[in-house]
Design a protein. Structure first.
Length: 253
């Protein structure tokens, strides 16, 4: 057990806490289709360094969707997604630069605030109305990449943008899926090139994969189309609770 502790650099209570967060995030993702990062990041930030939070989340999140990529490539618009990803990759660098200069308390304030803002925008039904032109593609990609670097929350700008378009639901789902998988690859590649992928967070992320994926399956089985509104509200409540619990005021940070 000591050797395992030395490898992942967390003690058993912390590991149990992280597994519980992964399970909760996975269940919510399974029955609502969103929310895993919005739950995992603020809570995991209370026990892990910011870069470790990004690494463990990316490892958890990048495996599960892979079998759905072939269909997403058929249903979606891969070139548009690639363009958003290219801009996001450039904007990631200043985001990571800022993350390096941010202490743990500021990181927790930042992610909690962004999670709460995302829930407010989604729950309010706010929608941008306009055409998915080059400016929108560049803007959503740039904001996604920057926020992904500074907080790990790359998804909301792109998800909210696509939800605001008149595209068919199948296209929106496919594009969001492709983008999130592409983003995971961009982030992990960038962190690897910068020499940030140490063994401990990689092992810890690998440990969390199975509980997270198992919880995804359970959440998906709980889903009933006629109760979609209830599931969405439940996800909003859980995300809000996670963001509030993660605020540094509770620990005096």
């Amino acid at each position: 057990m000591t050797a395992f502790h030395d490898l992942v650099a967390v003690d058993l209570p912390q590991l149990g806490f992280l597994i519980a967060i992964a399970v909760l995030a996975g269940v919510v993702r399974g029955f609502s289709g969103f929310g895993s990062a919005l739950i995992y990041i603020p809570l995991a930030a209370s026990v892990l360094p910011p870069v470790w939070v990004l690494i463990t989340l990316t490892l958890m999140d990048m495996i599960g969707p892979l079998p759905n990529i072939p269909r997403a490539l058929r249903d979606g618009r891969p070139r548009q997604v690639a363009a958003i990803g290219g801009v996001a990759a450039l904007a990631l660098l200043p985001g990571l630069w800022l993350l390096d200069r941010m202490d743990d308390g500021v990181f927790r304030w930042t992610v909690s605030a962004l999670c709460l803002l995302t829930v407010i925008l989604m729950a309010s039904g706010w929608r941008w109305h306009g055409r998915m032109g080059p400016g929108v593609v560049l803007g959503s990609g740039a904001l996604s990449g920057f926020l992904g670097g500074v907080s790990g929350l790359s998804g909301p700008p792109v998800v909210l943008t696509y939800m605001s378009t008149a595209l068919p639901a199948a296209v929106i789902r496919a594009n969001v899926l492709m983008y999130l998988v592409l983003w995971d690859g961009i982030l992990m590649t960038t962190l690897a090139v910068q020499g940030r992928l140490s063994v401990a967070p990689l092992v810890l992320g690998a440990v969390l994969i199975l509980p997270y994926l198992g919880a995804n399956v359970i959440g998906a089985r709980l889903f009933r189309p006629e109760r979609e509104g209830i599931y969405r509200i439940t996800a909003y409540v859980i995300i809000t609770g996670a963001a509030l619990m993660a605020l540094p005021i509770w620990s005096g940070s």
